[in-house]
Design a binder for this molecule. Structure first.
Ligand SMILES: [Zn+2]
Length: 249
């Protein structure tokens, strides 16, 4: 497939989000269809949390764009113009992983490499943190702790990234997470997501993507989960039985 001109500047644009699926968009559909659709239409923006910003801070270091990132995000600094504690921690994490040869080897590929491809009858876009052509795909994760890693469903990301590289280059590459923790003392390791796990994740996407696409195209009305921030922001109050609350988990 022809590689359309996707750049760092237009990658997250509404136009491209409408034309392409991405792993995060797929995950949005799995969480709440109404929220996913509102995001695509530009009617809802997820607030940028400190945790997300810490991840972007470390990403930008590896991209070589940390100075620009710091200029564009004044919220990184206190009123006294000192780096906020979360980002001092991020700096510490960068220092720690920089000193580890294996970690840096995995992060030594092409940075923020964008690919577009067709998978299960729809168009996808993806952006890799570190792409070592013919060797492996690595995504950088700064997380609270290792135990929380599987909760983020990085198997879905690995499955799509592996399929995307294969669609474009014909090569089946292993997928790794280069993970570092925000714990008091930073832990760091390289986690490989095994092929059976990636295969299962890809099957899961295969099963759901038609429905997601039909909702995206307006053929099927989106379901409202009823409890996410978006749903709460657009709901109308109803009269409810107090005892319902006792039954909810
Ligand atoms: Zn919802």
């Amino acid at each position: 497939m022809e590689q359309l001109n996707l750049t760092e500047d237009n990658y997250y644009s509404q136009e491209l989000n409408s034309r392409f699926f991405s792993v995060s968009q797929y995950k949005d559909f799995m969480k709440c269809e109404a929220m996913a659709l509102a995001k695509i239409k530009g009617e809802y923006k997820q607030p940028v949390t400190k945790a997300l910003l810490v991840g972007s801070f470390v990403d930008s270091y590896f991209e070589g764009t940390l100075p620009e990132f710091m200029q564009e995000n004044p919220e990184l600094f206190t009123r006294k113009n000192e780096l906020r504690s979360e980002f001092r921690k991020a700096n510490e994490i960068i220092g720690r992983v920089k000193a580890d040869p294996l970690f840096m080897q995995f992060m030594s590929g092409e940075k923020q490499k964008i690919l577009t491809f067709e998978l299960f009858g729809v168009l996808w876009k993806m952006k890799m943190d570190s792409y070592l052509e013919g060797v492996c795909i690595t995504d950088l994760k700064v997380v609270a702790n290792f135990r929380s890693l599987p909760l983020w469903r990085y198997d879905l990301q690995g499955a799509v990234y592996q399929a995307g590289v294969e669609a474009v280059t014909g090569e089946n590459l292993p997928f790794y997470l280069a993970a570092a923790t925000k714990e008091r003392v930073t832990d760091l390791d390289i986690f490989q997501i095994s092929q059976p796990t990636l295969d299962m994740a890809l099957n899961e996407i295969r099963e759901h993507i038609d429905h997601c696409n039909n909702v995206k195209m307006g053929i099927i009305q989106p379901e409202y989960c009823g409890h996410c921030d978006y749903c709460k922001s657009v709901k109308a109050a109803t009269i409810r039985n107090y005892n319902e609350l006792l039954l909810e988990g």
